[in-house]
Design a protein around this ligand. Sequence first.
Ligand SMILES: Nc1ncnc2c1ncn2[C@@H]1O[C@H](COP(=O)(O)OP(=O)(O)OP(=O)(O)O)[C@@H](O)[C@H]1O
Ligand SMILES: [Mg+2]
Length: 447
Amino acid sequence: MVQTAEFTDSPVAGATILVVDDSRITQLAVRAPLEREYRVLCAASGEEALALAAGEPRPELILLDVMMPGMDGYEVLRRLRDNPETRDIPVIFITALLEEDEEANGLQLGAVDYLIKPVRASILLARVRNHVELKRNRDLLRGQNRRLEAHVAERTRSLHAALQEQQLLNQRLEEAQRHLLQSEKMAALGQLAAGIAHEINNPVSFVNSNLGSLDTQLRDLLEIVRAGELAAARATDTREYADYQRLKREKEFDYLCDDLFQIVAESKEGIERVRRIVTDLKGFSRASDDAWAWADLHAGIESTLNIVWNELKYKCAVHKHYAADLPRVRCLPSELNQVVMNLLVNAGQAIESQGEITIETTRLDGERVMIRVSDTGQGIPAERLEKIFEPFYTTKPVGQGTGLGLSLAWNIVAKHRGRIEVDSRLGQGTRFTVTLPIDAQPEQAGV
Ligand SMILES: Nc1ncnc2c1ncn2[C@@H]1O[C@H](COP(=O)(O)OP(=O)(O)OP(=O)(O)O)[C@@H](O)[C@H]1O
Ligand SMILES: [Mg+2]
């Protein structure tokens, strides 16, 4: 039942109050003074009260009789609290007799106040006004809190997003800086290497050619000695001949003859090694004579595999994952082959007994392709990763590695405006990734 009236100008005037009492007389006694200021709803039973409390207009305060036939006030209060729609409506109990534990029970259940029957109008109005005002303030505060929380959550979210973006930018910046630093270092080392190569080249050339002459001249010399021997053999009974034979024995003439040639051969091999290093150094520092061409990388990889197969075949299973859509790439084909060769040889050397090498090609997008060589070898400790591209950095025994392989590869890839990157896990393996532009313009590549 809804009652309306002309309301006063109190700030809570017009609020909806639900009066629940099975006695019409009490209902009237409570309703009459309230109606001057409030919209009053009346219910005569617990069920009716619950329905009105959850309906519209939603009461802002409930005056609830404790003793009612059927569902009593406590039960109504309990159910009001269980329903999220009605949970926050303040309830004032109205009761004729108030035992102390009854009061405690009601307050525990969440009643905000008690009124004793017969209810005095002035007290009723004052309490109702206070509690409606309290509820409104509470609602206001709750609303503001919710808005504030939403605002804070939104700000936190956007700050978090900004932070993530910042971190990503920082990461990219760091990476770019590292790459730049590496580029500068490699360029400086390239110049140094070119200088050293030039300086070493000359003496190496003449030592090499002298060794060649020495070899022939030694043969000539020995021929003369042997001829002299034959001539001397005619006068075996002379003292000179006996001295000559003794000297030959003392100086181990036959051994000397063999050893001389061995020494020359070894020196030749040594100088050949120096020459190869110098050639590598030159390759590292300067553009070679290779011409730019549109090349099939798969063909290049295959021919390189053929060359290094002997080194790999006993201990490595080689898996190939070639991209079917890999386009031809404008490059210096034989130099790229050299990159692949260095990666494959390194991969093979990193595998101690048995392991796997995987060669993978991928078209990354319209502009770039990728070649990846992975192995299941010994891996590279993190602190060495920065050094491996430096010329002469090697962990291999003397005579086995010059430490030029990766620096050469780095330089060749840089010439193609590409990148070479490494990931490695100690004891598990290493992965080198070469990214190349499909169409690296030679002019831009600085050739
Ligand atoms: N796949 C790999 N697994 C483990 N370590 C590697 C791998 N590739 C390179 N390295 C490490 O990087 C170092 C430098 O490699 P780089 O190819 O430049 O020189 P090298 O192989 O030692 O000698 P070179 O290639 O001149 O014969 C190697 O000595 C090795 O320690
Ligand atoms: Mg190597």
